[in-house]
Design a binder for this molecule. Structure first.
Ligand SMILES: Cc1ncc(COP(=O)(O)O)c(C=O)c1O
Length: 451
């Protein structure tokens, strides 16, 4: 077991972040080699004179980043793919700041419907009364809330009147403010069950909002409801297309989850991830429609249009909707109104649906081509998940970090996703890869792939 020489400044605060930084640095410099076992959280906490929770939080962060691996019974070790090359693989590590560009989960931004958006903005500017340009309702302009309530009812079988819909800057902010409201209600940090594996990017924002994260395993049917901790205040799920594994929450698990929430009084946070990008059939309706008093549905235009618009919504029980709206009022006075009216117009005239129909066809072509090319050139990489979304998920036999490096060198957008309960997986984005370039890119990947 490694003896860690960590320098922690107690007066400076942010102790978990300090520990995470020190360990990350030790791994990056080679002082801690891949495979080395770290002290148990209890022991390290005692050595440093800190509470165990602080060390647990630091370790969880590093597991989420792929720097450490945690296995039941085997303790926590430096991840196989971590080490000196990590900085090359993850520009965000090198910068000490998240990497914002070229995510495997981003849409093809070259297909942004510029003409339709321009027409919508032109329409808004030609017709909007001057007063509408004043500070608006921090919960969103009524026109958009009405359009979204109808749209979500029609397309996602949601059950939310416009009053229960609040406009936010995206799923990230919607979840953040819902967790914040929950923690405030509880008068303490909220115990939040989160799917494992999950998107590591959202963990810092959930923690910042006041959540203590408990990872809960995901299998072929989605989150394992029987494994939910009895003391969870809320659970965060991606039922339409689990990120990253790509499975759909099964009907039996949906019923079990709603039943569990009813029994425990917990809140279900439903990230409607990729819901509009199901290629082989209509998507399953959202959970929120089954239990509008227990479920907060969060969605955005980040996949359908562009993440840079920062435009999303929550459809929530009245108490949560009120708290989120209040928070926007206290925080930043709401989202830009012209964009909100433009989106409302896009939905009202059917341009939003038309764009999505076109993109579904195009993304399906790209996904099919990638699946075929992988089967031909990298048959040992088994693809999981349904025909949907903007990325593929695989659990390769080989080291995923090596594959990610090879994929990036071949011009593919890829990243490793770690799991507290299972093996690390590989996410490959296909949204920006035209079907005619797929074979060439996968051949280049196969030529560089380790092993
Ligand atoms: C699983 C998941 N949910 C939500 C988001 C954030 O979405 P938004 O742009 O709507 O804030 C991301 C971003 O990458 C994500 O990976």
């Amino acid at each position: 077991m490694a003896d860690l020489h960590l320098v922690v400044d107690r007066a400076a605060g942010g102790l978990a972040a300090q520990i995470a930084r020190e360990v990350r640095e030790a791994v990056r410099s080679g002082r801690l080699a891949p495979g080395v076992r770290l002290p148990a959280t209890r022991d390290l906490a005692r050595d440093l004179g800190l509470s165990r929770g602080v060390v647990v939080e630091a370790y969880e962060q590093l597991v989420a980043e792929g720097v450490l691996e945690s296995r039941t019974g085997a303790g926590t070790r430096v991840a196989a793919g971590a080490g000196r090359q990590t900085a090359e693989q993850n520009p965000e590590d090198r910068e000490g700041w998240p990497h914002y560009g070229h995510r495997p989960t981003s849409p093809d931004l070259g297909t942004f419907p510029r003409q339709a958006w321009l027409a919508a903005v032109r329409h808004v500017l030609a017709t909007l009364p001057n007063d509408a340009l004043d500070y608006g309702d921090p919960g969103g302009v009524p026109t958009l809330r009405r359009e979204l309530a109808a749209y979500l009812g029609r397309v996602r079988a949601a059950d939310a009147p416009p009053d229960h819909v609040v406009i936010v800057t995206g799923v990230a902010q919607g979840l953040s403010l819902a967790v914040q409201a929950l923690a405030r209600d509880l008068g303490r940090r909220a115990v939040l069950a989160v799917e494992d594996p999950t998107s590591p990017r959202q963990l810092p924002l959930l923690r910042r909002a006041g959540a203590d994260i408990v990872p809960v395993p995901v299998d072929r049917e989605g989150i394992v409801v029987d494994a939910l901790p009895h003391d969870a205040d809320a659970v965060l799920v991606t039922p339409a297309h689990q990120y990253p594994t790509g499975v759909v929450l099964s009907p039996a698990r949906r019923a079990a989850l709603i039943d569990w929430a009813g029994r425990t009084g917990a809140l279900v946070l439903e990230d409607d991830y990729d819901a509009e990008l199901r290629f082989d059939r209509d998507p399953v309706g959202c959970l929120q429609g089954l239990a509008p008093d227990r479920v907060v549905l969060a969605g955005s235009v980040s996949k359908a249009l562009a993440p840079g618009l920062r435009l999303g919504w929550v459809a929530a029980p009245p108490r949560v909707a009120h708290a989120v709206r209040l928070a926007r009022g206290e925080l930043d006075l709401g989202s830009p109104v012209i964009d909100q009216y433009a989106l409302a117009h896009l939905i009202a005239v059917g341009a939003y649906d038309r764009h999505l129909r076109r993109m579904r066809r195009e993304y399906r072509r790209r996904r099919d081509a990638l699946v075929r090319a992988l089967a031909e050139h990298l048959p040992w990489v088994t693809v999981h998940g349904i025909s949907a979304g903007l990325h593929l998920y695989a659990e390769p036999d080989a080291d995923p970090a090596g594959l990610v490096a090879a994929a990036r060198a071949a011009g593919l957008s890829a990243e490793v996703v770690t799991s507290a309960h299972g093996s690390p997986g590989l996410v490959i984005g296909f949204a920006r890869l035209p079907a005619h370039r797929v074979t060439e890119a996968v051949r280049a990947l196969a030529a560089r792939a380790p092993g």
